[in-house]
Design a protein around this ligand. Structure first.
Ligand code: IPM
Ligand code: MN
Length: 364
C-alpha cells in the first residue's frame, strides 16, 4: 500500500524546509523500498490574503478521507494579524482531526550546541506528551463591558476525564514501549499545578494515579509542578524520561525543551490521533521565520525530523507501522549529520538549507 502524504508547506520558510524533508523521504523510500505519494495544499497566509480562505470543513474532510498523514511546514504570515492563521489553520486541523496527542521529543543530537553548560546528548533525551485538544485552548470564555472600567474577561481551563484519560493512557503506553526497547527507564512524570489549579489539576492527578496503579504498575509515577519542572529542565534534564502534561503548560515547557535541545531549527513534533484511522500532522516546532524566507539559510533539520516522526508513527489500516524503520533510518542519519554542521542557527550552519538536505541523503 502506498503511503499517502498531504503536504502543507504553509508560510515563510515552511516551503523551503518541507522541500528538504521530502528530498530525504524520497531517498529513504528507495532504500526501504516503499511507495508513497505527496499532494501539496496551499493553505496559509498568502492564500488567505488573496481570497480570505483559510481551511474549511470540506478541506478537512478531504484530508481525512484521502490521506494517511500530513506534513506541515509553518504557519504565520507577517501581514496577517497574529492568531488568525494559528487558530484558523493549525488549531482548526488539530481539533477537527482530533489530534489529541502532541508528541515532542526533546533530544540533543550529537554536535548540537545547547545553552546548558555541562550537558550533552546523554543528559538531554526525553519525550513530552502534551494533551492537544482541551484546556485553555478550547476558546471558552468571553469579554463583557468591553472598553469600560468594569470590563471583565474570562478564559476557561477545561479538563475532561475522557480527554485526560486518553492522553494519560497514550503516555503510559509510550513510556512502557520506550522502556521495552531499552530507550527509557520507565518513569512517567505528570506536570501540572495542582497546588493552585485544584479542580483541573485534581482531575488529572487522580486519573494519573488510578490508571497507573491499575494498568501500568510497571511504570514509575512521578509528579512535578510546572514551575519546578522548568527549573529541572535547566538544572537536571537527565532526570526525565517521559512527561505528560495538559495543553497550555505543555506549550510552554516544550519551547523550553526546544531551546535546550539546540533551538527551533532542530525541534520536531507530531499532532497525533493514535486511534485507528486517525490522521496525524507532523511539523517543525519553529515558526515561519519571515526574515529568512527565500534565502536558503534556514535549518531544515526540524522538518526532516518531522518527516522521520511521520514515518515512525503512521499506522496502516491493520494498525501496523510499516514505515517505522524508514523513519528510524532518517533519525539515525540526522544524528550523523548534525556533527558535520557548524551550528544549528539559520545562516550559521556552514552550509545552505538545501545542502543540509543533501547531506542527510548522503549519510543515508
Ligand atoms: C505550538 C504553537 C501553537 C500552540 C500556536 C501557534 C497556536 O505555539 O505549536 O506550540 O500554542 O500550540
Ligand atoms: Mn508553542
Amino acid at each position: 500500500m502506498a503511503l499517502k502524504i498531504a503536504v502543507l508547506p504553509g508560510d515563510g520558510t515552511g516551503p523551503e524546509v518541507v522541500r528538504e524533508a521530502l528530498k530525504v523521504v524520497a531517498a529513504v523510500s528507495k532504500l526501504e523500498k516503499f511507495e508513497y505519494t505527496t499532494t501539496a495544499f496551499d493553505f496559509g497566509g498568502d492564500r488567505y490574503l488573496k481570497s480570505g480562505h483559510i481551511i474549511d470543513d470540506k478541506d478537512i474532510a478531504h484530508l481525512r478521507e484521502n490521506f494517511d498523514a500530513i506534513l506541515l511546514g509553518a504557519v504565520g504570515h507577517p501581514e496577517v494579524k497574529p492568531g488568525i492563521l494559528e487558530k484558523g489553520l493549525l488549531l482548526r486541523v488539530r481539533f477537527a482531526l482530533d489530534q489529541y496527542i502532541n508528541l515532542r521529543p526533546v533530544r540533543l543530537y550529537p554536535g548540537v550546541e545547547t545553552p546548558l553548560r555541562d550537558k550533552g546528548p546523554e543528559q538531554i533525551n526525553f519525550d513530552v506528551i502534551r494533551e492537544n485538544t482541551e484546556d485553555l485552548y478550547c476558546g471558552n470564555g468571553g469579554i463583557m463591558r468591553q472598553g469600560t472600567m468594569q470590563e471583565v474577561a474570562t478564559q476557561e481551563m477545561i479538563a475532561t476525564r475522557f480527554g485526560a484519560e486518553r492522553c494519560l493512557r497514550y503516555a503510559f503506553e509510550y513510556c512502557r514501549a520506550k522502556k521495552a526497547s531499552g530507550g527509557g527507564k520507565g518513569m512517567l512524570t505528570l506536570v501540572h499545578k495542582t497546588n493552585v489549579l485544584t479542580f483541573c489539576g485534581d482531575l488529572w492527578f487522580r486519573a494519573f494515579h488510578e490508571i497507573g496503579e491499575k494498568d501500568y504498575p510497571d511504570i514509575k509515577r512521578d509528579y512535578n509542578h510546572v514551575d519546578a519542572c522548568c527549573m529541572w529542565f535547566v538544572k537536571s534534564p537527565e532526570f526525565y524520561d517521559t512527561i505528560v502534561v495538559p495543553n497550555m503548560f505543555g506549550d510552554i515547557i516544550t519551547d523550553l525543551g526546544a531551546i535546550i535541545q539546540g533551538g527551533l531549527g532542530v525541534a520536531a513534533g507530531g499532532n497525533i490521533n493514535p486511534d485507528r484511522g486517525g490522521i496525524s500532522m507532523y511539523e517543525p516546532i519553529g515558526g515561519s521565520a519571515p526574515k529568512y524566507t527565500g534565502m536558503n539559510i534556514i535549518n531544515p533539520i526540524a522538518a526532516i525530523g518531522a518527516a522521520a516522526m511521520l514515518l515512525q508513527n503512521t499506522a496502516d489500516k491493520d494498525g501496523k507501522f510499516p514505515w517505522r524503520k524508514a523513519g528510524d533510518r532518517i533519525e539515525a542519519a540526522i544524528k550523523k549529520t548534525t556533527p558535520r554542521m557548524k551550528s544549528q542557527a539559520a545562516g550559521k550552519m556552514g552550509c545552505s538549507t538545501s545542502e543540509v538536505g543533501d547531506l542527510v541523503c548522503e549519510v543515508l
